[in-house]
Every structure is written in structure tokens, then in C-alpha cells.
Design a binder for this molecule. Structure first.
Ligand code: PLP
Length: 403
């Protein structure tokens, strides 16, 4: 796997920058983006990086330099994207459940907006009428995704306007003469089966003719990446050919060509990331041998929050005798990264690296237990750059007001 950073190199970064440490490999992001653009090179498609996965400003700047667009989940992400150099017409704000002032602010910034409630659509109509094109996030009532917590398109999900309320949407479009530029669906995360996307297109095909101004359809993100040994990722070439086929079967739905958008988050930044931790303590018990690292769910919550699997390697002892361990953190909560996992013999002071740590790793970190957030390093053109310093004690008090 030559596109991976070597264990030797990761050790040197751990020594240089200390642990716990997030490391991102820029060239891997470029490689993932190229998979998308290559597969879709003959079709009118755009990719919006769903930046809630990882918003380090240097990562945003790098993804901007690749030519990608960006999808945001809050107005602050949109402002970070502007700061990173994305022009407003390459920034999409897919909102959910937000106050109308954020939509007004997004309009003032000139970015593209997807609205996900009838209530905000009505307010949008009252305020802007047809003067500002807008997209609608629909809930397709499709069950998909790796875990219920990351499934967003099913019929009990809060996300989007349920497709069965389409008549109400159309009433508002008519009432305010809205310029609906795109229809959006996002069914969830870790979707390996490309037919889920095709099913989404089929649902949209029925609706497209009802929207006279439509220019884009947005099929969301959620492409799967391999977390486990032997796992595979969503087959992007197959996706491209199936999307093409679906359009071939319904040429120009609504009477004109439509551009297709995707919003990959994980797919672009998961595998670029490595989380390096150091072993504090080894504790032998009857039930298990616990390895406590200098981290916890305050730094990487996916295993506890989603039962997510991260590959873990002992890079300090790659030829050690494999043994079974439970890898845990050092905070006062049950923060188990892995139960009963086979790892090369672990000694106190060894570095354990968690793979696929780029997406929703640092981004979901906190200062729980008053511990510091980790540092972040970006490796680009064979050079390692510190792109976020580790917290220091003052950071814990920074916003507090002492009486
Ligand atoms: C989170 C999110 C994505 C990206 O999901 P991934 O699983 O990281 O690809 C795309 N679109 C929307 C609207 C999202 O909320």
C-alpha cells in the first residue's frame, strides 16, 4: 500500500510532534478526488466536499486547490470555506433545522443553499421570492447506511422534507414564484451499494418535471471507505456507469440536461488520516489485557458513538508476537476503542496508530476531562507541517469568566 505513510515515518512524527497526534496525508486526498473526477469525466458532475468530516483550514485550502467544491453544515463552515479561498459559487450550505437568520446570512454571502423544512421555505419565499435561486433537501424514505445513527433518508429521520409532502412544496413554489435550482437527497453514510444512489435518482426523476427552473440534482454523499481489513469502498466506476445508464433511460427529465452533484466527506478524507497514540499502561486482568493509551473518546469518539471499527497497529513493535488486547483510553468513562483485538505485542511506551482517522476524528473531539485536544500535522510534498498546535492549559480557561 504505497499510498500510505510508512510506520517508520509515523514513528518519527510521533517523536517530533508528541502524542496524541492526528496526521493527514495530502496526496491521499488528491488520489481519492481523482477517483471521482476520473470516473465521471464524461458527464456533467460536480463534487462538493462535505467538510464537516474535517475542517482544518489547511485541508480546506488544499481541497480548494484541487478544484473541488465544498458542502457545509453550518454558517461557520461556510465562513471557513470562504476563508480557505473557495469562491461563494463553489460553496453549498445544506442546512437542517436552522434559524432563518442563518439562511439570510448565507444569502448575503452569496452561497448556494439547500433548505430542509417547509417552514424555512415559506420564510424564504416571503423574504426573497424568486430573486435568489434555492435548493430543496428532500427525504426520500430510503433506508441506507452503515448504522441507524448515520442513516438520514429513512421514513423516521429528521432530515429533509418528506417526499410525500411534495404537494406542499409545490404550493409554496407557486405561491412565492420560487426559483428552485436543485433537488437534494442524502440517504446516509457508508453506503456501499450503488443502487441506493440509483434508487434516489429514480425518485427524483418523477419529481423533476414539476420544477421548471431546475438545473441540478444533488445525490448527497456517504460513499463507503474500507475501515476493516479486507473491506472495500463504494465502486465509483460502477456508480458513474449506473448514473449514466439511469439518465440514458430518462434523457433530459424535465426537458433539459441536468448537472449531477455529490457530497463526499469520508471518501475524500478518511484514509488520509492517522491517529498516533502512546501506550501509558498495560493492565492484566482475568477477563482481558487492557492497553490504555494517552487518548479516549475525547479525541476519537467513532468507536464508542457508532461502534465504528478502526484498524489499530503497534508501529513500535511490528514484528512482535500477536496477542489479544482491549484497547482503552484514559478518561473517566468507558472509552473502549477495541475489544479483544489481535495486535503485535504491546509494551508501555509503544505507539499505537489508528487508521482511517481523517474523517470525524479530530472534528468530533472535545476537552472532556479537561484534557487537551490533540495537535494536527499535514504531510504535503513529503514535508510535515504542524497545522494545529496541541492545546495548552490557558485554552481550558480561555472563554471562562472568573467571578
Ligand atoms: C455528512 C454529510 C455528507 C457526507 O457524508 P459522508 O458519509 O462523510 O460522505 C454529505 N451530505 C450531507 C448533507 C451531509 O450531512
Amino acid at each position: 500500500m504505497s499510498d500510505q505513510l510508512s510506520q517508520q515515518y509515523l514513528i518519527s512524527l510521533g517523536n517530533q510532534f508528541g502524542t496524541p497526534l492526528y496526521v493527514y496525508h495530502a496526496e491521499k486526498i488528491k488520489q481519492q478526488y481523482a477517483k471521482l473526477t476520473t470516473a465521471f469525466k464524461n458527464s456533467d458532475t460536480k463534487f462538493f466536499y462535505a467538510c464537516k468530516a474535517l475542517t482544518n483550514i489547511n485541508v480546506l485550502k488544499y481541497i480548494c486547490s484541487l478544484g473541488a467544491n465544498v458542502d457545509c453544515s453550518s454558517i461557520n463552515e461556510a465562513k471557513l470555506a470562504l476563508h480557505a479561498g473557495f469562491p461563494s459559487d463553489r460553496i453549498l450550505y445544506t442546512s437542517n433545522g436552522i434559524a432563518f437568520d442563518e439562511i439570510a446570512e448565507a444569502v448575503s454571502l452569496g452561497i448556494i443553499i439547500n433548505i430542509d423544512s417547509l417552514s424555512n421555505l415559506e420564510k424564504f419565499g416571503q423574504t426573497y421570492g424568486r430573486s435568489y435561486p434555492v435548493g430543496i433537501r428532500l427525504r426520500p424514505n430510503i433506508m441506507a447506511g452503515g448504522n441507524l445513527k448515520i442513516s438520514t433518508g429513512h421514513d423516521r429521520s429528521k432530515f429533509g422534507i418528506p417526499v410525500d409532502q411534495i404537494e406542499k412544496v409545490l404550493d409554496l413554489v407557486k405561491k412565492y414564484d420560487l426559483n428552485i435550482a436543485d433537488l437534494h437527497i442524502h440517504t446516509g453514510s457508508e453506503i456501499k451499494d450503488v443502487d441506493v444512489f440509483v434508487k434516489g435518482i429514480e425518485i427524483l426523476f418523477d419529481l423533476i418535471p414539476k420544477f421548471a427552473d431546475l438545473k441540478f440534482i444533488d445525490l448527497g454523499g456517504g460513499f463507503k471507505v474500507p475501515y476493516k481489513e479486507g473491506d472495500s469502498e463504494t465502486n465509483i466506476d460502477e456508480l458513474a456507469s449506473k448514473v449514466k445508464e439511469a439518465f440514458a433511460n430518462h434523457p433530459n427529465p424535465g426537458g433539459r440536461p441536468l448537472q449531477v452533484w455529490f457530497e463526499p466527506g469520508k471518501f475524500l478524507v478518511s484514509e488520509c488520516g492517522y491517529f498516533i497514540t502512546k501506550v501509558n499502561v498495560i493492565k492484566q486482568t482475568d477477563a482481558a489485557t487492557f492497553v490504555s493509551v494517552d487518548s479516549g473518546f475525547n479525541h476519537l469518539i467513532r468507536p464508542m458513538f457508532y461502534d465504528a471499527y478502526h484498524r489499530i497497529e503497534n508501529i513500535s513493535n511490528p514484528n512482535g508476537q500477536p496477542k489479544r488486547y482491549s484497547v482503552v483510553g484514559n478518561i473517566c468513562e468507558t472509552d473502549t476503542f477495541a475489544w479483544d483485538r489481535t495486535i503485535n505485542e504491546v509494551r508501555e511506551g509503544d505507539y499505537l496508530v489508528f487508521y482511517n482517522a481523517g474523517a470525524y476524528g479530530f472534528e468530533m473531539s472535545s476537552n472532556f476531562n479537561s484534557r487537551y485536544k490533540p495537535a494536527e500535522v499535514l504531510v504535503k510534498d513529503n514535508q510535515a507541517h504542524l497545522v494545529r498546535r496541541r492545546d495548552v492549559f490557558e485554552d481550558l480557561l480561555r472563554n471562562q469568566i472568573e467571578l
